[in-house]
Ligand binder design. Sequence first.
Ligand SMILES: Cc1cc2nc3c(=O)[nH]c(=O)nc-3n(C[C@H](O)[C@H](O)[C@H](O)COP(=O)(O)O)c2cc1C
Length: 329
Amino acid sequence: MKLTKLKIGKNETPGNLLLAPMADVTNLAFRLLCRQNGADLTYTEMISVDALLNENQKSLLKGLSSPEDRPFGVQLVGSSPEKLREAALFIEDEYRPEIIDVNMGCPAKRITGTGCGSALLNSRTLVYEIISELTEVLKTPVTAKIRIFENDEKTLEIARLIEKAGASALTVHGRKARQMYSGSSDLKAIRSVKKELSIPVIANGDIRDEESAEVTLDFTGCDGLMIGRAAMGNPFVFKRIRHYLETGEKLEVDRQAQQLEDFKNYIALLEKYNLCSSTNLRMHAHWFTKGLCGSRQLREKINILKDGKAIIELIKNSSKEELGLTRLN
Ligand SMILES: Cc1cc2nc3c(=O)[nH]c(=O)nc-3n(C[C@H](O)[C@H](O)[C@H](O)COP(=O)(O)O)c2cc1C
């Protein structure tokens, strides 16, 4: 039994499987779906503090969460301690999440260009200031998500600093910012951080199945596993990994049927929470049909449909045979 409880600040979850924050992916409907499949804690996609503090853009927060969406973390992206504080206080007051996380890992130019995401890690002072200010004013536990440095000692320095500033947990994606998503996640670097800190450390990067989950847990000794890309169009990955960590056995599933069923459930949740118009359904349709027999023809069909509504109608009203997903992989 390798699935263990995870305690972050005052919150304890029965297991230690987390859904990573992912822009354009981890909306409320997708988080609920991952939760139904066994994710213990889920994060919103990063929310820019500038957008959040702009009255005209507050509508972007429509459908951010719901009472069933618990426990959840809100991830903020910003570089000004004052703005982060103001945005975090607003989120705490309005949504009462279990966790407020600061994005210190995003390597995308549009984010680092404004000094946010992984660019924050270039200033130890700023990192300390942001985390200590947030932990001082919030009742909600504060966490951070970082990437590793070229030099292991620098990674440890930043990790120690984040702990000292009062963070309740730290997530480490074992890639350097310059790697973007190339190469592989460095489990040794994650293990060094885990050894160094007393707060929970969450391992992230390349956890895609039962084996990689087990290896990451065993090798790093981390307190939790955060899963990102492997969950895109495949929330069932949580059920598989959870089952394996609990029993040592693998779940046998008809992937063809499972993914389509999950996609139908996803659409039902998008409709229930009025999120269809803000979701790129074509992209999600590609992920949910990836790797399935007959998926190429289905994707071609989807590509010529006019909009999200048409995609919904097609998926909702067709059986897997009608969609051409008939053979097993
Ligand atoms: C489409 C996409 C969007 C992402 N958006 C965010 C984000 O909003 N905040 C964040 O901290 N990381 C973001 N990430 C990084 C993931 O949270 C995660 O650290 C990374 O994908 C490595 O984990 P994985 O190998 O399990 O995917 C994103 C990744 C992807 C693929």
